[in-house]
Design a protein around this ligand. Structure first.
Ligand code: A3P
Length: 292
């Protein structure tokens, strides 16, 4: 067991939140003091809720708006070079980026970079917790740094107790959904992005204050951001981290579907998750049940 929380995977426990072991106190403190700009857009998520997909959509939105851009041209930089992960990037790197900056963060609502005098934007993506749990289990087993190889049932119990990377999924979602500081937040669901990609893409386009998007452009972005094309794209599929992944585990771009949890959850565990969802979201008009 690792750390003061005695968890079966390696982690950093900082300011009451669980991070991967490479996130250090000093840098996390810096992220809280990070200087936001008015044209910043944060892509804020609990891990495995659709962060990379959303990043890719935004990247492709920028491409389709550049009339001279050759859409067949492969990206030169990988996703995290273009849209850095704040908790794992030195502040000065992000400070030196030209705007508009798109910044990934898994920080909880109470720890997100925020300045009421500079009302930048936050895109928050939530996915049904059972699929998140399955995806995070594979993630935790896949990255060697966690030194984890436990069974799914053990991991699901930890997830229920908020003892996984980024802590309690329900608290994380609640924070951004309740948005007590009235930040400019676009709240979206992974499942809605699946059900109607073009509609989700138009919402993202308008929220990012990009020029109007035609149906044709939206369809192009759907195609360019589809799971299949991202999976085969070395600048989107996290293959740049292959040397820190265990070779016998699922790849980062694993399945990308809705309802995979039915292949992993016992009836009893599914009921526990549903009960917690009911209890934690009883006062929210938010359906993330995914009763498939
Ligand atoms: P699975 O493990 O269920 O396949 P994040 O980027 O927040 O870490 O989320 C990763 C999850 O999103 C993985 O889920 C991954 O496969 C899925 N994903 C990534 N790109 C996707 C896409 N274009 N369409 C659907 N799902 C996608």
């Amino acid at each position: 067991l690792y750390g003061e929380l005695q968890l079966p995977f390696k982690h950093s426990y900082l300011h009451g939140h669980i991070y991967p072991p490479f996130v250090k106190q000093q840098h996390l403190d810096e992220t809280k003091a990070f200087k936001v700009r008015l044209d910043d857009v944060f892509i804020a998520t609990f891990p495995k809720n659709g962060t990379t997909w959303t990043q890719k959509i935004i990247l492709n939105l920028h491409k389709v708006h550049q009339t001279d851009h050759d859409l067949a041209k492969p990206d030169e930089k990988h996703m995290l070079e273009v849209m850095p992960w704040l908790e794992n990037t030195p502040n000065e790197v992000v400070d030196n980026m030209p705007g508009p900056r798109y910044i990934k963060t898994h920080n909880a609502y109470d720890w997100v970079a925020y300045d009421p005098a500079v009302p930048c934007k936050y895109i928050y993506i939530a996915r049904n917790p059972k699929d998140v749990c399955v995806s995070l289990w594979h993630h935790c087993k896949g990255f060697a740094v966690f030194e984890y190889d436990g069974p799914f049932d053990e991991f699901a119990e930890l997830f229920l107790q908020g003892k996984v990377e980024s802590g309690d999924w329900w608290e994380h979602v609640r924070g951004f959904y309740k948005n007590k500081r009235d930040m400019t937040v676009l709240f979206m669901k992974y499942e809605d992005m699946h059900a109607d990609g073009a509609a989700a893409i138009k919402k993202l386009n308008d929220f990012c204050s990009l020029p109007p998007l035609t149906d044709e452009m939206a369809a192009k972005v759907v195609e360019l951001s589809a799971f299949k094309s991202m999976k085969s794209d070395p600048k989107s599929n996290y293959s740049w981290l292959d040397d820190v992944r265990k070779k016998d585990q699922a790849p980062f771009m694993r399945k990308g579907t809705v309802g995979d949890w039915t292949n992993y959850f016992s009836t009893e565990m599914a009921e526990k998750f549903d009960e917690k969802t009911q209890q934690m979201f009883s006062d929210l008009d938010l359906d993330l049940s995914c009763d498939k």
